[in-house]
Write a protein that binds this ligand. Structure first.
Ligand code: PEP
Length: 251
C-alpha cells in the first residue's frame, strides 16, 4: 500500500501561484519520490487545470478538489459536479473537511452524499473526520468518529473500497493551530478508525488508507508516517511552500 501524501492548499494561491508551486514540487521530488509514496495536491477550484497541467508528466502526482456537489448538473448555483472536476484533470476530492463542517455548517449526511456520489462518478475520495477539543475532553472521541464515519460512508459499498477511498483523521484542535496530536493519541484514534472500517467492510477495511492531518511539518512528518495504521498525511499550512512540502513527501 503506497503512503498517500496529500496537500490541502485551502483558499490560498492564485492559479498562477499554484501552478508555479506545483511545478517546483515536481522538480524538487523528481527521481527521488519513493515507489511507496503517492502525492495528491488539492488546490482551489480556479487552480485545478493549471496544477493538473503542471503535473502532467510528474509520476506519482495527482490533483484533487477541496469540495464537490452530489449531482451531475442542475440548478445548484455556485456548486460544481464530479464530472466538471474530472474535466479539469482531477482524480480525487476531499469531503467532510472540518473547515467545511464547522465554518460552512456542512452536515455529516451531506459529507456522506458527496462521498458516495463522487465515488460512483469515478473520483477517489479522502473523507475527513475528527473531534473538537470539547468533544475530546468530554470523552466523546469514539462516538464522534463512529458517527462521522458511518454517515460519511453510508452510501459506499464494499466493492468500491479500498481503492477509491481514504479516511483522514484530523483532530479539529490540531488543524492550523501548531498543536500536533502526540503519537499515542494518533495511534489510538487510528486503531479506532481501523476497527470501525473492518467492522463495516470486513477484511477489505484493513486495506483502506488512514491519513493523519493536523499541523504536520517537515520536522514531525517522519515520526508520524512511521506510526501504526498511519498510511499517509493530509497537510495544510506546511504544504503551501514547495520546499517545505517536498521535505514532508520525502520524510
Ligand atoms: C488541513 O487543512 O487539513 C490541515 C491538516 O491543516 P494544517 O496542516 O495547517 O493543520
Amino acid at each position: 500500500m503506497k503512503k498517500l501524501m496529500a496537500a490541502n492548499w485551502k483558499m490560498y494561491k492564485t492559479a498562477g501561484e499554484a501552478r508555479t508551486t506545483a511545478a517546483s514540487l515536481a522538480v524538487l521530488t523528481a527521481d527521488t519520490l519513493p515507489d511507496d509514496r503517492e502525492v495528491v495536491i488539492f488546490p482551489q477550484f480556479t487552480a485545478l487545470s493549471p496544477v493538473a497541467d503542471a503535473l502532467r508528466h510528474a509520476d506519482g502526482y495527482s490533483v484533487g478538489a477541496q469540495d464537490v456537489y452530489p449531482a451531475a448538473e442542475g440548478a445548484y448555483t455556485g456548486e460544481i459536479s464530479p464530472g466538471m472536476l474530472m474535466d479539469c484533470g482531477c482524480t480525487w476530492v476531499l469531503t467532510g473537511h472540518s473547515e467545511r463542517r464547522h465554518i460552512i455548517g456542512e452536515s455529516d449526511e451531506l459529507a456522506g452524499a458527496k462521498t458516495a456520489f463522487s465515488i460512483k462518478a469515478g473520483l477517489n475520495v479522502v473523507l475527513c473526520i475528527g473531534e473538537t477539543i470539547d468533544e475530546r475532553e468530554a470523552g466523546r472521541l469514539g462516538e464522534v468518529l463512529e458517527r462521522q464515519l458511518a454517515a460519511g460512508l453510508a452510501g459506499v459499498k464494499g466493492d468500491a473500497v479500498p481503492a477509491a477511498i481514504a479516511v483522514a483523521y484530523e483532530p479539529v484542535w490540531a488543524i492550523g493551530t501548531g498543536k500536533v496530536a502526540g503519537p499515542p493519541e494518533i495511534v489510538a484514534a487510528h486503531v479506532l478508525v481501523r476497527q470501525l472500517l473492518v467492522a463495516r467492510y470486513g477484511q477489505v477495511g484493513s486495506a483502506v488508507r488512514i491519513l493523519y492531518g493536523g499541523s504536520v511539518k517537515p520536522e514531525n512528518a517522519r515520526e508520524i508516517i512511521a506510526l501504526d495504521n498511519v498510511d499517509g498525511v493530509l497537510v495544510g499550512g506546511a504544504s503551501l511552500q514547495a520546499d517545505s512540502f517536498s521535505r514532508i513527501i520525502l520524510a
